[in-house]
Design a protein around this ligand. Structure first.
Ligand SMILES: Cc1cc2nc3c(=O)[nH]c(=O)nc-3n(C[C@H](O)[C@H](O)[C@H](O)COP(=O)(O)OP(=O)(O)OC[C@H]3O[C@@H](n4cnc5c(N)ncnc54)[C@H](O)[C@@H]3O)c2cc1C
Length: 262
């Protein structure tokens, strides 16, 4: 089974986020780039699946981003991915979600896969729209929040997590899945893995390799960011002081009633 995992390269989640007021884009210069945390969980799920299915199964990671960040993918290769593909082209700069998914789908079609695992959310853009947009562009079924994956003959039996429990879903291959965080913490790369990763291939694709013109990137974006503002500062909280639990509960109830919340 050929499993492909999308992995976005994002600024270190622990670093302070700043937006350039002129370009209205996240400032990435001077901030370490890492694998998007959600995508590490998806990669862990893919590696576990590969171990279970065995045979000639492979895991390939796929990213779209600036070529200068290519070496960040070594971590995924050190964790156990077999190969990496990066879609990188100057014309992709400024791509919105639609243009991102459009270009990524063309790249993923070229790479080919039986199963595509996509993280649920990025730490920078955080729209959560890319998985659905990718499935639409690829013309494939999308199963979100998969927490358990059983492989059948040409199909998968999936438990998908919901707010109230889980659903059992069967889907034919090829398919697109987002994974829940139930497959365990992403594994650490072993020393052997780190050494082996140095020899694993990272293929770089440009728009021309996909038969896409420059209009497919930023110029093809359908949205324009007009303005942005930080969220309003939080007001001071109100401390409820009471002699005992019952009068405290009563004071809280009156507070909520005054705000028409109960
Ligand atoms: C007008 C505009 C201009 C923009 N310009 C830029 C820009 O110049 N540079 C820039 O980096 N962003 C830019 N963005 C943001 C960019 O569109 C989003 O970061 C991108 O579409 C992904 O959306 P997201 O981060 O919300 O992904 P989500 O939908 O939250 O991601 C879900 C999952 O999709 C996968 N995924 C998403 N993006 C990628 C990726 N690039 N590679 C691999 N996997 C991925 C990951 O597995 C991820 O977990 C721009 C946005 C707008 C609206």
């Amino acid at each position: 089974m050929k499993i492909v995992v999308t992995v976005k390269l994002v600024p270190d989640p622990n670093a302070e986020k700043k937006i350039d007021p002129t370009t209205k884009r996240l400032v990435r210069a001077g901030v370490e780039t890492v694998l998007n945390p959600y995508d590490e969980y998806a990669l862990e799920a893919a590696l576990q699946l590969k171990e279970r299915v065995g045979g000639d199964s492979t895991v390939t990671v796929f990213t779209m981003g600036p070529e200068a960040l290519k070496e960040t993918l070594r971590k995924a290769l050190a964790m156990g991915a077999d190969a990496a593909v990066m879609l990188s082209d100057a014309a992709l700069e400024g791509s919105d979600v639609w243009a991102t998914a459009h270009a990524m789908a063309a790249g993923l079609k070229k790479v080919g896969f039986d199963l595509l695992l996509v993280g649920g959310l990025t730490d920078d853009g955080s729209t959560g729209v890319v998985p659905g947009a990718l499935a639409e562009h690829l013309g494939l079924a999308l199963v979100t929040n998969a927490r358990k994956i059983e492989v059948g003959s040409g199909s998968l039996a999936i438990e998908r997590e919901t707010d109230t429990g889980y659903q059992q879903v069967n889907v034919g291959l090829p398919a697109v899945l987002t994974t829940a965080l139930t497959f365990g913490e992403p594994r650490y790369a072993s020393l052997k893995g780190i050494m082996g990763a140095k020899k694993k291939p990272i293929e770089v694709l440009a728009l021309a390799d996909l038969g896409l013109g420059e209009a497919a990137g930023g110029a093809g974006s359908k949205t324009e960011l007009l303005s942005f503002a930080p969220p309003p500062a939080r007001g001071k909280g109100q401390v409820v002081e009471a002699a005992d639990g019952a009068s405290g509960a009563h004071a809280i109830f009156e507070f909520l009633r005054a705000k028409k919340l109960v």
